[in-house]
Design a binder for this molecule. Structure first.
Ligand code: AMP
Ligand code: GLY
Length: 442
């Protein structure tokens, strides 16, 4: 008889709720256990055992895995990857989806990522320089003029990047920010500001073979029309047949190749396979596709789009990543379009309300809702201060998927808001027009 798969999910956001749903759809009927930073009511329902603990502490995670006799683990967020949780799980004999600490540097150090690509001749980077002192900073800014970006080197939860013309309005402001980064981290990156449209392309990787997911576009700004402060991502969409309306087939192939070459470069660099999800954050520009950053995990919200479409048994994919035989497995996605929208607390991200009651029972398609920063007190759900609940619409075209997502998200009761414009014809057309102008096809 086949051994029952006992799978550990590390993390407790909507991304991990989506991971749990995808695993649960498997005909292998896996037994799921979860360790997270907060009590996610959606995840709790899907896991036989769910506990809150310090997920960045390798010993805590390994002990929890051993107590529950798990034989496979998947790590959702980046912080445990950075602290070496994958290494510790492998050492304890538990096959793990999520790269080891050194390989996760592709996300945890922007300087490392840029240098690796340059060293291996992967032509994805904008112009950049890495600084460990203020020497040469003013001169490099002068060379870039008004088109520069100043980036913290390490993990900052998306808050370490400042873009000229948006967050930095003069070279003096850029110099002051660089001084701050030097004082706090000792290293930072300045790079050429790219102009174009962003998209995410994620790949399953066993170290040698990559299986690509459909491209997705996230929306970082809090308010409609791409205004307001940056957030973790307010929503995302993917178009039918694994496309995005502003990308060409060549653009998608280019991004896939960058992921393939980067996984190979990591293997050569460390003599270890990159086993997990490789997430390229790209910008398509008038000069083709360029890399903004790499992440070593699923995107949130992008995971909700792609995992909803996944047709192949996700348990088999995770096992193939761990066993390094992804080459034997065909991975397919449904050809539908998806739109994911997040409901977030009023005041998010600057001064979110917390502890207010929300009601999701008003939504018909409960299995298309994903819980994130929610606290449950018995049957009562409360906002915990960050992105709260996501809804995913899935249909033959974007317009229908958008209507589904909009109907679900606006049915949720409570002091929340969401971006009505994500996935709408009007906003998507703006992306298309933007790229048409940049590519000179007006
Ligand atoms: P990151 O944390 O590297 O993804 O950066 C956060 C955001 O800053 C990205 O989603 C982009 O919108 C912007 N950004 C980062 N690098 C660049 C760049 N070189 N040019 C233009 N925008 C950038
Ligand atoms: N969607 C952005 C991220 O997951 O980093």
């Amino acid at each position: 008889m086949a051994v029952v798969k006992k799978i550990l999910i590390v993390g407790s956001g909507a991304r991990e709720h989506a991971i749990a749903r995808a695993l649960q759809r498997s005909p292998q009927n896996p037994d799921l256990v979860g360790l997270g930073t907060n009590v996610n009511p959606g995840l709790m329902q899907l896991c036989r055992v769910f506990e809150v603990g310090k997920i960045t502490d390798a010993e805590t995670v390994v002990n929890f895995a051993r107590e529950n006799a798990v034989n496979l683990a998947i790590i959702g967020p980046e912080a445990p990857l950075e602290s070496g949780v994958a290494d510790a799980l492998w050492q304890a004999g538990i096959p793990t989806v999520g790269p080891r600490q050194k390989l996760a540097q592709i996300e945890t150090s922007k300087a490392f990522a840029r240098e690796l690509l340059t060293k291996r001749n992967i032509p994805a980077c904008p112009g950049y320089e890495i600084f460990q002192s203020m020497n040469g900073v003013a001169a490099y800014l002068a060379e870039l003029g008004d088109d520069y970006v100043v980036k913290a080197d390490g993990l900052t939860g998306g808050k370490g990047v400042k873009v000229a013309g948006e967050h930095l309005l003069s070279h003096d402001e850029a110099l002051a920010y660089a001084e701050d980064l030097l004082a706090t981290a000792g290293q930072f990156v300045i790079e050429e500001k790219l102009v174009g449209e962003e998209f995410s392309l994620m790949s399953f990787s066993d170290g040698e073979t990559l299986r690509h997911m459909p491209p997705v576009q996230d929306h970082k700004r809090a308010y409609e029309g791409d205004t307001g402060p940056n957030t973790g991502g307010m929503g995302s969409y993917s178009d039918a047949n694994g496309t995005l309306p502003f990308l060409t087939e060549t653009d998608i192939r280019q991004a896939q190749q960058f992921n393939e070459h980067t996984a190979a470069a990591l293997k050569e660099e460390f003599r270890q396979p990159y086993q997990g999800i490789l997430y390229g954050g790209f910008m398509v520009t008038s000069q083709g596709v360029k890399l903004i950053e790499y992440n070593a995990r699923f995107g949130d919200p992008e995971a909700m789009n792609v995992l909803a479409l996944l047709e192949t048994d996700f348990v088999s994919i995770c096992q193939a990543i761990a066993d390094r035989n992804l080459a034997q497995l065909e991975v397919t996605f449904s050809p539908l379009a998806t739109v994911c929208k997040y409901a977030v607390p009023r005041g998010y991200p600057v001064k979110p309300v917390k502890g207010q009651i929300i009601d999701v029972k008003t939504v018909d398609q409960q299995d298309q809702l994903y819980f994130a920063s929610v606290e449950a007190e018995g049957k009562i759900l409360k906002e915990a201060g960050s992105r709260t609940v996501a809804a995913v619409g899935m249909a033959a075209d974007l317009a229908a998927a958008e209507q589904q997502a909009e109907a679900m998200i606006s049915a949720i009761q409570g002091p929340l808001f969401h971006r009505r414009d994500i996935g709408t014809q009007e906003l998507v057309q703006k992306r298309i027009d933007h790229m048409r102008i940049l590519r000179g096809n007006e």
